[in-house]
Ligand binder design. Structure first.
Ligand SMILES: [Zn+2]
Length: 275
């Protein structure tokens, strides 16, 4: 994998993104395996994020539309990632230190949730989240409305919003940290149609744009139904019917509520060339 081939993404510009509101329905968590029923499906990290962001009507950050439900992409950000420089710097000691600050509005319990999410990424990778001292580039983690992050390193301060307490589960935290490291959602891979079917008719009409594909470097990793970055089967369902169906294994679960999968960890290691 060449880092120069890191990411080239083309946003398909669809028309008519409407900022209408939706009374988001709670996706009740259950444990029934393989059921095609939203009420019985396990609530994934992304299901939680969708619920929070729709409830809070988080559709834009600094006037720029949130992509795919929880990714902030500033124009500068988009350009810099296109120029393949949106990775965090790697230290000579082989670690990728990502500096952060935590809002004083977080409680100790809140902070421990965030740190658990950081640990899930650190375990098995060369990424290390460190309290900011002198670093120019850093994550400014704040309990703003919703759960969202900028895509990749934007340079300088970049806000990552983890609304308390809704976004402080370690799986949701690690999902947002992976966006900040430079990952999009698994089902937005350009080759996704080999692995999943998007059931467009079941998707809430104002959310169709959240199912775009992007030409990104998959780093020779297999498609991962169990990625923490995968939408759940019922993401943005209008009527409780599935919006994404796995092609290869009909009963495969999509997404999960635990944390980075083995393949997610492998991808981080590949992207940052961890030894
Ligand atoms: Zn996301």
């Amino acid at each position: 994998m060449s880092s120069s081939a890191f990411i080239i993404f083309i946003f398909t510009l669809l028309q008519g993104f409407a900022l209408s509101t939706k009374n988001s329905e709670e996706f009740n968590a259950g444990t029934t395996r393989g059921s095609d029923n939203m009420m019985n499906s396990v609530k994934t990290a992304m299901d939680t994020i969708i619920t929070v962001n729709d409830d809070q009507e988080v559709f834009a950050v600094d006037g720029v539309r949130i992509r795919e439900g929880d990714i902030a992409v500033s124009r500068h950000n988009e350009r810099s990632c296109f120029a393949q420089t949106c990775l965090w710097n790697k230290s000579v000691d082989g670690h990728v230190y990502v500096a952060y600050t935590l809002s004083p509005f977080y409680s100790e319990v809140d902070e421990s949730g965030i740190k658990r999410g950081m640990k899930l990424i650190e375990r098995g990778t060369c990424v290390r989240f460190v309290p900011k001292t002198h670093e120019r580039d850093y994550l400014d983690i704040q309990p703003k409305s919703g759960c969202w992050s900028y895509f990749g390193a934007t340079g300088g301060r970049q806000v990552l919003s983890l609304q308390a307490p809704d976004c402080l589960g370690s799986a949701v935290v690690s999902h947002q940290l992976m966006h900040a490291l430079g990952f999009l959602h698994e089902q937005s891979r350009a080759d996704r149609d080999k692995y999943i079917s998007i059931l467009w008719k079941n998707i809430w009409k104002d959310r169709l744009r959240n199912f775009e594909k992007f030409r990104i470097n998959n780093m020779d990793t297999p498609y991962d139904y169990g990625s923490i970055m995968h939408f759940g089967k019922y993401a943005y369902s209008e009527d409780g019917n599935p919006t994404i169906i796995p092609k290869r294994n009909q009963n495969a679960r999509l997404g999960q509520p635990f944390g980075p999968s083995k393949l997610d960890i492998i991808k981080i290691n590949k992207l940052y060339k961890c030894d």
